[in-house]
Design a binder for this molecule. Structure first.
Ligand code: NAP
Length: 304
């Protein structure tokens, strides 16, 4: 819930101006929080008529559409949530690197994925671990991380596990009639509520200003767990029947290659650096708290 987050967060210093490149699910939540705290914020989307779009940035069109440098004057903080291009290049660095260097922001955050750790066989994935991406998309992601790290900009890489939040959670899966849930013994997934992405990023920016600047930070909740537990809890919250369990050995026969790839990696994402060393206090430490929040938002939307 944005209000709960606003109450617990400290605004950016006056005179700050944030640029969010990629105002999708996470980008819009981050922009909403920082705007609500009084900081001027510009959000890019690929189409100007998309919700929340202040400017257009689209690297995909035949002629890439770029924001005018004039519009970006005075930007002090930048967040990119734009995924790698098919060829592994980072769309932002390809087209906006020169502009960003001219703007000379105080802080830049790049939203990456914990997929770069590869398969940890159920063990904890920490920032100090050597990334061993197996999936081509995670290899592209690591290439983008490296490009940002060598860009000369003051970048922190923020690695995210499965993102959920209002409108995009296990509640939607159950509401849409999911009647089977896949079970693979010992298979764990990590996740993060979108409000905590926004809250953690603001916290990380403040810490960076105080001189604490780790180059890579995982943003994950306290409770990596089996997906079946999450779906079961979502069904209980909605008062719906708990989906039947289907063993992975059976389910995998009809899974798409993309779905299958998620089950080939097993890791618990450590948030020790974020929550212990940097002192961020999670709004939703576990999926129970996060899903209750999603349900509350769902009910508020239904009655408004
Ligand atoms: N979803 C997950 O569970 C998950 C987990 C770990 C990491 N991640 C990564 O974390 C980041 C944030 O995730 P999310 O789920 O919030 O992402 P999202 O909702 O898919 O938003 C991605 C944003 O990138 C923009 N974008 C995509 N391709 C672009 C291009 N070629 N040129 C310009 N803009 C482009 C999209 O533009 P439009 O607004 O026009 O669509 C959108 O604003 C992403 O990089 C994602 O890959 C996601």
């Amino acid at each position: 819930m944005l209000n709960a987050l606003i109450e617990k967060c400290k605004p950016l210093p006056s005179g700050s101006k944030l640029l969010v490149l990629g105002g999708g699910f996470s980008g819009q939540h981050i922009a909403s929080l920082i705007r609500a705290l009084g900081t001027k914020t510009l959000c890019s989307r690929r189409k100007i008529d998309s919700p929340g779009a202040d400017i257009v940035f689209n690297s995909n069109s035949n002629t890439p559409q770029l924001p005018a440098t004039e519009v970006l004057k005075g930007i002090t903080h930048v967040i990119s949530s734009i995924p790698p291009a098919e060829n592994g290049e980072d769309p932002v660095l390809k087209y906006l690197n020169k502009t960003l260097q001219e703007i000379n922001p105080k802080w830049v955050g790049y939203l990456s994925t914990t997929g770069v750790y590869g398969d940890c066989k159920g063990e904890w994935a920490k920032e100090s671990d050597l990334p061993q991406p197996q999936q081509p998309r995670s290899q592209r992601r690591l290439a983008c991380e490296k490009a940002w790290q060598t860009s000369g900009l003051p970048v922190q890489i923020l690695r995210l596990p499965g993102i959920y939040g209002p409108g995009r959670s296990a509640l939607e899966s159950i509401s849409k009639g999911k009647n089977k849930m896949v079970y693979k013994p010992g298979q764990i997934f990590s996740r993060i509520h979108v409000d905590d992405i926004a809250g953690a990023i603001l916290h990380i920016i403040h810490k960076a200003a105080e001189g604490e600047f780790p180059g890579i930070i995982n943003i994950a909740d306290n409770m990596p767990t089996e997906n079946t537990e999450v779906l079961r809890y979502a069904a209980e919250l909605l008062g719906r029947e708990i989906p039947a369990t289907e063993h992975f050995d059976v389910a995998s026969k009809t899974m798409s290659p993309m779905a299958l790839s998620f089950w080939q990696e097993n890791r618990r994402v450590s948030n020790h650096l974020l929550c212990k060393s940097l002192g961020y206090s999670l709004l939703h430490p576990d999926y129970q708290s996060g899903l209750k929040d999603c349900l509350l938002e769902k009910k508020l939307n239904e009655t408004s």
